[in-house]
Design a protein around this ligand. Structure first.
Ligand code: SF4
Length: 367
């Protein structure tokens, strides 16, 4: 179902004088407390503001009713709430998948997908406008990188999804960083974002309900292992050997499979956490029985789980989804080798839910 294009709002420019965007969602609770004290108000007001922003999910600072008008006015001009403007909202899967296209204050488009399941409500967050990794099968990779998103622009996507979920009588439970961009190439803002949504005074999303995905940025996997939060790590593998993986995920030339696996072993040893391997299955590319056996050999003995994701085809790219029988055969070879494996079909095929597809169509229509 296609809802009408939403009217333009009076979105305050998120970026001025070449600075990073900074809004209320960009501030941690201690940062907000410090700012409010600087403005001449008591620190406890920060927790009230935080509660309005993340518990009541208000969309306008004017709606924070127990906050003095002078403080509301100061925050509205210094730390606005509206960092992202919804441009278009599409839903699919009987309303269980809701995709929102947002425009940033400096005019970039990005995508967020809310997926409602019987036992959870998950939002897939974008962390960059475009992506520098350039995976061969990915609509976002075609664009190159325009810029990193700020922590607040990521938080704004989560708050928007939390509002959408609440309108449907649901609460947001899970975060996956599998939208546009490579989270570990925007590391500092990604970790700040996670700290904000994890804060128990606000959205209180448990670390075990937050999944960071990566194409395999080895030094940052090591950095992630040192973080205090027990996050889920998902590694986009897509091929078990260097020759094929370098053509699909070009970062593999810098961090080949063996080097990546050593980093993953260090991560597992340090955290004791199981790692997920994402595997976009493409007909005639990485779906042969031999490839499945090579993948099983690579992963055997590691604390891991494989998610096979039959590809969401992109119009302008030559990659196709295998037939259902081929998908099941690939999965069964892994399972027979003792590798825990799940086939996950992407939600929202009819609304271009693979990351970057809706944005690409919007840009094409506007040009
Ligand atoms: S699949 Fe992920 S890492 Fe690869 S180009 Fe697309 S957004 Fe970037």
């Amino acid at each position: 179902m296609d809802t009408p294009v939403l009217p333009r709002t009076t979105l305050r420019p998120a970026i001025s004088r070449g600075e990073r965007p900074r809004g209320l969602y960009d501030l941690t609770l201690p940062e907000l407390e410090a700012r409010i004290v600087e403005l001449g108000f008591p620190a406890y007001r920060a927790r009230q503001v935080w509660s309005w922003a993340y518990r009541q999910l208000v969309s306008d600072i004017a709606g924070m009713r127990n906050i003095p008008a002078a403080l509301r006015d100061a925050l509205a001009s210094e730390a606005p709430l509206a960092l992202l403007e919804p441009v278009r909202t599409l839903s699919a899967d009987d309303g269980e998948t809701i995709k929102t296209l947002y425009r940033t204050g400096d005019g970039h488009l990005l995508e967020t997908v809310l997926m409602l399941y019987p036992d959870r409500a998950t939002v897939c967050v974008s962390c960059q406008v475009g992506c520098a990794v350039g995976c061969a099968f990915c609509a976002t990779g075609l664009m190159g990188l325009a810029r990193n998103l700020s922590a607040g622009e990521m938080v704004a996507q989560v708050v928007g999804a939390a509002r959408e979920a609440r309108q449907r009588g649901r609460e947001l439970t899970n975060i996956v960083m599998m939208g546009m961009g490579e989270p570990l190439q925007n590391y500092a803002e990604t970790m700040k974002f996670i700290g904000i949504i994890h804060d128990p005074n606000g959205l209180d999303i448990g670390a075990r309900r937050i999944t960071v995905s990566t194409s395999g940025i080895v030094p940052k996997i090591d950095a992630l292992a040192e973080e205090p939060l027990q996050l889920n790590l998902a590694v986009s593998l897509h091929a078990p050997g260097d020759e094929l993986r370098s053509t699909l995920v070009p970062i593999n030339r810098r961090y080949p499979v063996a080097v990546l696996m050593e980093a993953i072993d260090r991560y597992i040893a340090k955290t004791g956490r199981r790692v997920s391997f994402e595997y976009a299955l493409m007909r005639g590319i990485n779906d042969s029985d031999e490839t499945a056996r090579d993948l099983a050999d690579l992963l055997r003995g590691r604390l891991c789980h494989v998610n096979i994701i039959p590809l969401n085809p992109v119009d302008v790219l030559p990659y196709e989804r295998p037939e259902p029988a081929g998908i099941e055969r690939f999965a069964s070879i892994l399972r027979a080798a003792g590798i825990p494996t799940t086939v996950r079909y992407s939600r929202g095929l009819e609304i271009d839910a693979a990351c970057g597809q809706l944005r690409a169509k919007e840009l094409a229509a506007a040009s």
